[in-house]
Design a protein. Structure first.
Length: 278
């Protein structure tokens, strides 16, 4: 059976209270863009764009007739093709405005790979870059013992028995980067799974984000999809109702480790940013 294409709810049908969900905390500064009854204008998006010589432009046939790849057009023309009245592209704009260094690094690496192999094929690094762009989450961990639970997909212990670790900040979401993830979060009944980069240390979220941006730009991250850890976001305390033991045992998002799946055996150190044992 073919996988059904996700269809986001219409703006008029959406209950704006959904934006109080923690998934949207990182883009809460743009609340007028998603909470107001009308869609924001391209002028409003461009007024918030912090990257010089880069702008959002309506995606129409005239734009597409240049024949350029989406990523190449951004790099060469400073033009981000943006569909009108579209949640996916609106969240993409928010991420560009909130985490510009991440988006610039992702774009630069995609363009470098396109220059090397063309557009007829994609390598594993491109798949990793795309997965992080669409569904990426940055997680900061103070207690490395929690990574062992994550490695085993021992979800009930990681989330339920260690709920205090999430509340105290021993493990926390530093940033939701994936704009497709945010789009899917518009439907609260969906049990979403983030594709995570994990950083080990005790610093603030902005330091985590800057470290990830630098590492992507320098080619130290996102060279293979296997370097991304899956995290069922519905397990995080406060992210989903009724998080009892039965939920962790039965919900489809809490999968066991797939046979042959090799999880990253490290988290990045925030002091040296070198591989550190988990």
């Amino acid at each position: 059976m073919a996988k059904r294409r996700f269809v986001a709810p219409s703006r008029s049908a959406l209950d704006s209270r959904i934006f109080a969900h923690p998934a949207f905390d990182g883009v809460s500064g743009f609340s007028p863009w998603f909470a107001a009854p009308d869609w924001p204008t391209l002028a409003a998006l461009n007024d918030a764009m912090p990257v010089a010589d880069t702008r959002f432009v309506v995606q129409d046939q005239t734009l597409l007739d240049d024949g350029q790849h989406y990523e190449v057009r951004i790099a060469e023309q400073g033009v981000i093709a943006t569909r009108a009245e579209n949640w996916h592209d609106l969240f993409n704009a928010m991420i560009w405005c909130r985490y510009p260094a991440i988006k610039q690094a992702l774009n630069a690496k995609q363009v470098a790979h396109i220059a090397a192999i063309g557009t007829a094929q994609r390598n594993r690094a491109q798949y990793a870059l795309t997965q992080f762009d669409e569904a990426g989450v940055i997680v900061r961990v103070r207690d490395p013992a929690l990574l062992a639970l994550w490695d085993r997909h021992d979800w009930a212990t990681l989330f339920h028995h260690h709920a205090t670790s999430w509340r105290s900040g021993d493990i926390r979401i530093a940033a939701v980067i994936g704009h497709a993830l945010l789009e899917h979060a518009l439907l609260p009944e969906l049990l979403l799974v983030g594709k995570c980069l994990v950083l080990q240390g005790d610093v603030d979220d902005e330091t985590c984000i800057a470290s990830v941006a630098d590492a992507i730009a320098e080619g130290r991250l996102l060279n293979d999809p296997q370097g991304l850890r899956p995290l069922p976001l519905a397990g995080i305390p406060g992210w989903y109702p009724d998080q009892d033991p039965r939920f962790f045992a039965e919900a489809q998002c809490f999968q066991p480790v797939r046979a042959g799946r090799m999880l990253p055996s490290w988290a990045f150190s925030l002091t040296t940013f070198s591989a550190a044992p988990s």
